[in-house]
Design a protein around this ligand. Structure first.
Ligand code: M7G
Length: 223
């Protein structure tokens, strides 16, 4: 098993246990040296995409939630539209006992968007729905206004099925750093400025020293 232990805002101790744990899980929780990578669109096509396609990142848990085979009773909101809809559920990292570390994720229904890199102006209606309806549902259920939510996507994500993170603004959630979090409102604005914004610009992210993707960037002489 792999896992992490942390101090909750209420002073309680929170333990995350991952079982069974794959090699990938173990690496994630080990402290490691990290390196920044600046990925151009060419790098994405030549290095990152083939790497993603060669890996068997399991996103079955996402499909189980979308198909109501798991966590169906935890759904906070759903827009059932197959193209522009999504499901909003509490993230595994949040036990829902206090609002200080509120954490939900929106999983989109369509299955052909891997990450931020795939987004174009075509996805604007979907992204607007996630932003608007996600904020409304969280205000209604938890009483937290949109002005106190950090709504963002990760690049790189751990799971290549597009999802959006909703966390309490006052909570320093893991992965909300400048090199990983992309605010959804900024993503929407960028796509309005240029429909192919994310197929043009370089994106920065950090990789742990032992991550195979870093090795690929090294082999290509890009780090
Ligand atoms: P990510 O940006 O792909 O990667 O986010 P990260 O895990 O490195 O942040 C995936 C998010 O999904 C994380 O916040 C996870 O805590 C959450 N998550 C992962 N799994 C396997 C589940 C699950 O089965 N149910 C729920 N509700 N959340 C999950």
């Amino acid at each position: 098993a792999a896992g992490a232990v942390g101090l909750e805002p209420g002073g309680e101790i929170k333990a995350t246990v991952v079982y069974p744990a794959t090699e990938k899980h173990l690496q994630k929780y080990l402290r490691q040296e990290v390196h920044l990578v600046r990925e151009t669109w060419e790098d994405y096509k030549n290095i990152t995409l083939p790497f993603i396609q060669s890996q068997s990142f399991s996103i079955q848990w996402v499909y189980n939630i979308l198909e109501k085979k798991a966590e169906a009773d935890r759904i906070i909101h759903e827009n059932p539209d197959p193209c522009n809809g999504f499901v909003l559920v509490p993230d595994f990292k949040w036990n829902q006992n206090q609002l200080e570390d509120l954490y939900l994720i929106a999983l989109i229904h369509r299955r052909d968007v891997k990450s931020l890199r795939d987004l174009t102006a075509e996805h604007l209606p979907l992204l607007r729905n996630v932003l608007q309806e996600g904020k409304e549902a969280i205000a209604k259920r938890f009483g937290v206004p949109g002005s106190q939510l950090r709504i963002y996507l990760h690049y790189q994500p751990s799971y290549y099925h597009l999802h959006v993170h909703f966390t309490a603004l006052g909570y320093d959630a893991p992965g909300s750093s400048a090199e990983r979090a992309h605010l959804l409102e900024d993503v929407i604005d960028n796509l309005l400025l240029d429909a192919e914004y994310y197929q043009k610009r370089a994106l920065t992210f950090a990789l742990r020293a032992d991550e195979p993707l870093l090795k690929k960037f090294r082999e290509a002489g890009r780090v």
